[in-house]
Design a protein around this ligand. Structure first.
Ligand code: SF4
Length: 438
């Protein structure tokens, strides 16, 4: 949409959307919510999530030594000083908060801030806290409040943190920043930088607003620029969770974890007996080995493509729902009157992923060369802590991924055989006409 200069498309209808079998639809609706009740859900995070929300993810990330600190430099020895996990959030908690009409107890937390309340989540705690070297929860809340008022998301964080690191390395100077001296851990400096970015103040503000790619083209420093395919990373750890690293790299959108949301960690107990997953769940759950990650991530992309088309939140599909799509198949069948099975939905998901990939191939930005990660995650191991020594073994996992997808190993493009198998004959024709395979 951006390349076509479209901001949004609004659609308004005046007719009703009829449900083919309302009783069957309500049956699956009730079964689905029962699945999410704390008594029945087998998601290990489900109960504590109901109180502390996704701030639990901060605890988990800290424990495994993957917290992004100061542009994700791998300073794990500083992690103990970052007291910004669920315990801090619980002290300020007003109440857990779900999105409208969601059956999950909470993904966010309403927390007290002065005479108001803020809706916090772990992305802000890491992106606006540890990644800027800020440990004071009040400072993080103030940044979060301003971020929200300005309509920013946390993916601006790597642009700001790159700027501070580039200043410290001497790539940019006070002349570039209009006299601003940049250092870690100072919320006032962060606010001045974000002001520059949002309001495109001066030449530097203009460049910051264009994002990391534009900044590195002018100043260098690509080796510590945290983006994939030009999209700033959302700071879910890559080096300490190989599956996530692969997912960021092969995502056609770039470094966006919401497109995929692989279950981390996948929980073997949450797989119902009648479901056979196309990967070894035990091995896929081990974060620091490359084995089975390709199959896990292929399956995650395919299944999440279906959820996105059904306009269901991917964060909802944890626990048993991360593997059993029978509820979604039943709901779709009841709504449309056309029979769908779990396996058919997964095939549709695979088709969507191949179609997306093909579209990007034709636009010249989907290839093995593009499926990469920030160099920091490939070359700079964590220096201490629970993920010491870890970098992402991307080449091995890319080979496995293309093999699992039946894509060309050298180029990362879908093969003719795969496209025909999925019924995408028109793409084959298009690829031939444009010489994609020649
Ligand atoms: S599961 Fe999704 S819809 Fe529900 S509260 Fe979480 S983010 Fe919102």
């Amino acid at each position: 949409m951006g390349s076509k200069k479209v901001k949004a498309i609004a659609v308004r209808g005046t007719k009703e959307i009829p449900i083919f079998d309302p009783d069957a639809f309500m049956d699956v609706y009730h079964d689905f919510w029962k699945e999410l009740s704390p008594n029945d859900c087998v998601d290990i995070f489900h109960r504590p999530w109901g109180v502390a929300g996704d701030s639990l993810a901060t605890d988990y990330i800290k424990t495994m030594g993957g917290l992004a600190v100061k542009n994700d430099q791998g300073f794990d020895e500083e992690v103990p000083s970052f007291d910004i996990g669920s315990a801090t959030i619980r002290k300020l908690l007003v109440r857990p908060m779900s999105c409208f009409s969601c059956g999950l107890p909470s993904c966010s937390q309403l927390i007290a801030y002065g005479d108001t309340v803020l809706k916090m989540h772990t992305g802000s705690i890491i992106g606006l806290g540890s990644n800027f070297g800020i440990t004071d929860i009040n400072a993080i809340m103030e940044l979060h409040k301003i971020w929200t008022e300005l309509g920013l998301d946390v993916s601006v964080s790597p642009t700001i943190s790159w700027t501070i690191e580039a200043y410290q390395r001497g790539l940019i100077t006070k002349d570039d920043t209009d006299g601003l001296e940049l250092k870690w851990g100072d919320p006032q400096i962060i606010l001045k930088l974000v002001h520059k970015l949002v309001f495109k103040e001066g030449q530097f503000g203009e460049l910051m607003a264009e994002g990391l790619k534009a900044l590195t083209e002018k100043y260098g420093g690509e080796e510590f620029a945290l983006h994939v395919k030009g999209l700033d990373i959302t700071l879910v750890p890559s080096r300490s969770m190989y599956g996530m690293g692969l997912a960021y790299a092969v995502n056609d959108q770039g470094a966006d974890h919401c497109r995929i949301y692989p279950p981390y960690p996948p929980n073997a107990d949450a797989v119902p007996e009648h479901i056979e997953l196309p990967f070894d769940v035990e091995k896929a759950a081990i974060r620091d080995i490359p084995d089975e990650k390709a199959k896990l991530i292929k399956w995650s992309f395919d299944s999440r493509a279906v959820l996105n088309c059904l306009t269901t939140c991917v964060f909802l599909s944890r626990g048993k729902l991360f593997s059993d799509f029978s509820y979604f198949a039943r709901a779709l069948t009841a709504a449309t009157g056309t029979e769908y099975t779990h396996d058919e939905l997964m095939k549709i998901g695979e088709k969507i992923c191949n179609l997306e990939r093909s579209y990007n191939v034709l636009n010249g930005n989907a290839s093995r060369k593009d499926d990469t990660l920030p160099k920091r995650y490939l070359n700079e191991p964590f220096k201490s802590g629970g993920s010491i020594g870890m970098v992402v073994p991307l080449d091995r996992m890319l080979d496995d991924y293309y093999k699992a997808r039946n894509w060309d190993m050298a180029t990362g493009r879908p093969t003719q055989e795969k496209l025909l198998e999925l019924g995408l004959d028109f793409v084959v024709e298009d690829f031939k006409n444009r010489g994609v395979w020649s």
